[in-house]
Structure formats: structure tokens, C-alpha cells
Design a binder for this molecule. Structure first.
Ligand code: COA
Length: 340
């Protein structure tokens, strides 16, 4: 029997501090109405003081490990996904290994921004099916509030993002047949990833970086180059098209119809993007899980936070067919089809 990648445990953690749209409207020229109508966001969570991404990741990982019912010493691989690492280098994979007291196992950082979960899960699935990992911890954690510009000149990005983390414990299992489409196995059935670097400058933090003279010069500090820059309209259009195309392609190549999907868990960048994708796929509203209204866009962490809440709310049960779907800076995009 072939090996499959099964989600054994899932956990999430968000900081306590709730920041409403009205709170932001006191800092910049924006309004609750504008933010809700354009994005669906009502509030988000921000860390207080200096709390690095690895710290949020540790909390989420502990919950996932507990739910999985495995010992931390059983974890034999770590994959971390973040665009907001504690340090410029190293990534947070090794920090998680240390803070969680794991064995000296491989720790890999995936840099796929909002597609961090779908890329991370695809890589994890390849490692597990190849026999390179048996119990893999996938952690997606972001602290973005620290880099946002809360004056009116930063309002096009500052209102969108939030802090949070989600984690999965993925385990190798021998294929277990269940009736229904998608090969009838439990676990990851298929992943479909893509990229287009011609869009890199439409959504990026340009500096510091090796492409910037002086790396961290006074000019860089004085400019806004170290803050996220986004052409919102362009990103929106690409996201709608790529997410729709990717979802259709992965469903088609696995012989899965829209009615077979128990839950679509899309990245949470904009409720209008997710509505457009839902309509294109012909899914009913209850087939899609969204929580952007409470957390905003937590980048790599959106999908695992949704998964964790969907389990808590009884909307995700063993045997359910799940489709994840993301688009992010890079550009990167992708989907995973899995049976929970
Ligand atoms: N509050 C009030 N007004 C704002 C604002 C804010 N927070 N941010 C921008 N505006 C203004 C703009 O300045 C613009 O004013 P103008 O018409 O006078 O120039 C106006 O609102 C409309 O801007 P526009 O860019 O057309 O809005 P939009 O409907 O495209 O929505 C986004 C903006 C950012 C919400 C939307 O483009 C989006 O969600 N893009 C994709 C985001 C995304 O997916 N990012 C992450 C990818 S993983």
C-alpha cells in the first residue's frame, strides 16, 4: 500500500489584542464602511510589544501537536512558512525546532507568502510519500502589524493585514480506502502549484535586500521601501483568475465535481475574491469557510487558522473532501485537494 499524508492535528493562535476598523479610522483617513465593503474585514488581531512570528507559531504548533496526540520528539521534520520572520536570516523553522524542544530534525522555510500553506503542504506531502518524513510539523506564522504604515499614506495595505499563526501535524499513513471521488484515500490527494515572477513588484517589500544599494542605508530607512507595497487592483484581478483556474484544473484532473467538495478553504485576502471564486466554481455559501471578518489577511496563516476553526465548529469532519486555494506575492498560487 502506498503512503499518504494525513492531517493528524491542527491548531491556531491569534494575539489577544483586537483592532477594529474604527480603531484604524482614528489613525488614518478610512472608515469601517469602506473596509467592510471593499474587503469584508471587520477586525484583526495585532501583537502587543515585540512578539516575533516564531512565538505565535510555537503556540499554534503546541496545540496541533496536542491534538495529534504525538510526542514532540516524534516530529521528524519541520516546515515553516512566513513572510515576517524574526530575523532577516535564519528563517523561523530552526527557531521552532529549538523553542518546541524538538529533536535536531531538518527545518525548512518556505517563502511563498500567502501561498505558504498550499506550498508547504505540497512539499510536506512529497517528503512523506517519498519516505523522508513520518511526522511533519507545518507551521505558518505571521506578525505583520510591525511593518504597516498606520498613517493615511499606508491605508491601502494597513487595513488588510493581521497577525496570527496556524499549524498542522502531518503523518504518514498507509492508504486507507474510503468510498467516493478522489481515489478514495484519506489524506492529501493532489496539489497544484504555480508562480509568475513578473508580478513580484506588484506586491512586495523591496528593501532591505541584496538588490538594494547599501542594503539598510539611510535612504532605505527614509523611504517606504521597507513597508509592503501593493497594486491592489492588479493583485485582485490576478488572484481571482489564478485561484479560479487552479481550482477548476485540480478538480478536473481528479474527477471531482463541485458538489463533492465538503469545504473550500480559500486564502483570506478579500471576501470579494472568495465570492468570485465560489460563484465561478458553482459552490453553495456553506461549502466555503471564511473568517476574514475577524482576522483580516494573516498571509500564510489564513488557511490553517480556518482549518482549525472549521474543526472546532464541526464544519470539517473525517472523510470530508477539502480544497485549499491560495494566491500570494511572488506571484505564487496553488491548491491542495485532500480528504480530511
Ligand atoms: N480607506 C479608504 N479609502 C481607501 C483605502 C482605505 N483603507 N485604501 C484605498 N483607498 C482609496 C484609494 O485611494 C482609492 O481612491 P481614489 O479612487 O481617490 O484613487 C479608492 O479608495 C479605491 O481604491 P481601489 O484600489 O480601486 O479599491 P479596490 O476596490 O480595488 O479595493 C483593495 C482595494 C486593496 C481592498 C483591493 O484591491 C484588494 O483587495 N486587492 C487585493 C488584495 C490582496 O489580495 N492582497 C494580498 C494578496 S495575497
Amino acid at each position: 500500500m502506498a503512503l499518504h499524508t494525513v492531517v493528524r492535528g491542527v491548531g491556531h493562535f491569534v494575539p489577544e489584542q483586537v483592532v477594529t476598523n474604527d480603531d484604524l479610522a482614528r489613525l488614518m483617513d478610512t472608515s469601517d464602511e469602506w473596509i467592510r465593503e471593499r474587503t469584508g474585514i471587520q477586525e484583526r488581531r495585532f501583537v502587543q510589544n515585540v512578539t516575533p512570528a516564531s512565538e505565535l507559531g510555537v503556540h499554534a504548533a503546541k496545540l496541533a501537536i496536542e491534538q495529534a496526540g504525538v510526542s514532540p520528539t516524534a516530529v521528524d521534520y519541520v516546515i515553516a512558512a512566513t513572510l515576517s520572520p524574526d530575523y532577516y536570516f535564519p528563517g523561523i523553522g530552526t527557531l521552532l525546532q529549538h523553542k518546541l524542544g524538538l529533536q535536531h530534525v531538518p527545518a525548512l522555510d518556505v517563502r511563498a507568502q500567502c501561498s505558504g500553506l498550499v506550498y508547504g503542504l505540497a512539499v510536506a506531502d512529497s517528503l512523506i510519500r517519498a519516505g523522508a518524513a513520518k511526522t511533519l510539523l507545518l507551521v505558518c506564522a505571521e506578525v505583520q502589524s510591525i511593518v504597516l504604515d498606520f498613517s493615511t499614506s499606508g491605508r491601502d495595505t494597513a487595513v488588510l493585514f493581521g497577525d496570527g499563526a496556524g499549524a498542522l501535524v502531518l503523518a504518514a499513513e498507509e492508504g486507507q480506502s474510503l468510498p467516493g471521488p478522489g481515489n478514495g484515500v484519506r489524506g492529501v490527494i493532489d496539489s497544484l502549484l504555480g508562480s509568475d515572477g513578473s508580478g513580484a513588484e506588484l506586491l512586495c517589500v523591496e528593501a532591505p535586500g541584496s538588490g538594494t544599494p547599501g542594503f539598510l542605508s539611510q535612504e532605505v530607512v527614509n523611504s517606504a521601501k521597507w513597508r509592503p507595497r501593493m497594486d491592489g487592483r492588479q493583485v485582485f484581478k490576478h488572484a481571482v483568475t489564478r485561484m479560479g483556474d487552479t481550482a477548476e484544473a485540480i478538480l478536473q484532473r481528479n474527477g471531482v465535481g463541485a458538489e463533492d467538495i465538503a469545504l473550500l478553504i480559500p486564502h483570506q485576502a478579500n471576501l470579494r475574491i472568495n465570492e468570485a471564486v465560489r460563484e465561478r466554481l458553482g459552490l453553495r455559501p456553506e461549502q466555503v469557510f471564511n473568517n476574514i471578518e475577524r482576522y483580516g489577511n494573516t498571509t500564510a496563516a489564513t488557511i490553517p487558522i480556518c482549518m482549525s476553526e472549521a474543526v472546532e465548529q464541526g464544519r470539517l469532519k473525517q472523510g470530508d473532501l477539502v480544497l485549499t486555494l491560495a494566491f500570494g506575492a511572488g506571484f505564487t498560487w496553488g491548491a491542495n485537494l485532500l480528504r480530511w
